[in-house]
Design a protein around this ligand. Structure first.
Ligand code: NAP
Length: 322
């Protein structure tokens, strides 16, 4: 199949190009002008910025993909400029996805597979939620609420859901049926190049003793190794199934379990405990939420409908080891 991977220089995108080629697909990589030199070894490379609609339309048309994979974020900026990382990622999720859906449709692509996140659900109900749980679009933190609204918009655009009143099925500019959409809600990524790698931002914070455990630490995280994110994207490209899927390991875990294990594996100090009420001030709203209130994400639907299963069923098999 002719497959176009966007975000092809990224943590997931780069190994995905190799994995798809190993399966016999003809793979094109979309990169930006400034990252052309970092382009992966693909059958073809096309250059466009996803926020430049016309450039994106031309680049996608040039390779006539049957399937398009969206792995674009600007989260690499997180360490240096978190506000810009979130703002630009929100634009990529809304505007960038709208452009990509249009480009895929105009190029005649049959499938569109897009990266989303499995930790955007509102913290209500049981400790582990399925894909029907409402997203936390009204989170009390304005930054996280904006992130989750952009995630919801990405998912709506990819799945072709109803847009703003009168805008038609795929929102403004929609003309004719778009590609079949698959949303892969990745769990918290770990492995090479991620924030949880030894050299990543979270790894460094834990090694420096800067990630304490709020008392109780009952927030649940569902992890995912990068290799399993790649495997799920390959399965989604090759499947006929559409819809939204949690792509997570089999062992959603409370922070009280995974954080001390992670610190030990990294060889860092045991995390100290802090009063839960101080956590938002010490850690910022999102990290405090993740460690105290977040819910895990069940992967049953991806197993059944995509035939995917994690090669690393538990974060215990490698979180902090790379
Ligand atoms: N589920 C999760 O836990 C999760 C999800 C996402 C990210 N993260 C974390 O965030 C960090 C980055 O991971 P990632 O794979 O999302 O990001 P990444 O490795 O930075 O990959 C993002 C890709 O998007 C591309 N891109 C960015 N802006 C673009 C634009 N305007 N037009 C076209 N392409 C554009 C980048 O290309 P350039 O090389 O040109 O910049 C890159 O190929 C990691 O630490 C990861 O752990 C975690």
């Amino acid at each position: 199949m002719r497959v176009l991977v966007t975000g092809a220089t990224g943590v997931v995108g780069r190994p995905l190009v190799g994995a798809l080629r190993a399966r016999g697909h003809q793979v094109s990589a979309l990169v930006r002008e400034e990252s052309r030199a970092k382009a992966p070894d693909a059958d073809a490379v096309v250059v466009a910025d996803a926020l430049d609609r016309q450039g994106l339309l031309s680049a996608v048309a040039a390779v006539r993909p049957e399937a398009v994979v969206h792995q674009m974020t600007a989260l690499r900026l997180l360490r240096d400029d978190p506000a810009a990382a979130f703002a630009r990622t929100a634009r990529l999720r809304a505007e960038g996805t709208a452009g990509l859906v249009e480009a895929a449709r105009e190029a005649g692509a049959r499938r569109l597979v897009a990266q989303s996140i499995a930790f955007a659900a509102a913290p209500a109900g049981g400790p582990v939620l399925d894909e029907e749980a409402p997203l936390y679009v009204d989170a009390p933190d304005p930054g996280w609420a904006a992130t989750v609204r952009a995630v919801a918009e990405l998912e709506r655009l990819v799945l072709g859901g109803p847009g703003p009143a009168g805008a038609g099925p795929a929102g403004p500019g929609s003309a004719g049926p778009g590609p079949e959409g698959v949303v892969l809600r990745y769990g918290t990524l770990y492995g090479p190049g991620t924030a949880y790698a030894r050299t990543g931002a979270t790894g460094q914070a834990v090694l420096a003793g800067r990630l304490p455990l709020p008392e109780g630490a009952a927030g649940i995280t569902s992890f995912l190794h990068v290799e399993d994110a790649v495997g799920a994207a390959v399965a989604a490209v090759e499947s006929e199934t559409t819809g939204v899927f949690h792509v997570t390991d089999d062992e959603p875990a409370p922070a009280a379990q995974w954080l001390p294990h992670y610190a030990r594996t990294l060889g860092g100090p045991a995390p100290r405990t802090v009063p839960a009420a101080l956590a938002p001030r010490l850690l910022g709203w999102f990290v405090a939420h993740q460690l105290t209130a977040a819910r895990g994400a069940a992967n049953g639907r991806a197993r059944t409908a995509l035939g995917w299963r994690p090669g690393r069923p538990s974060w215990r098999d490698g979180l902090g080891a790379e």
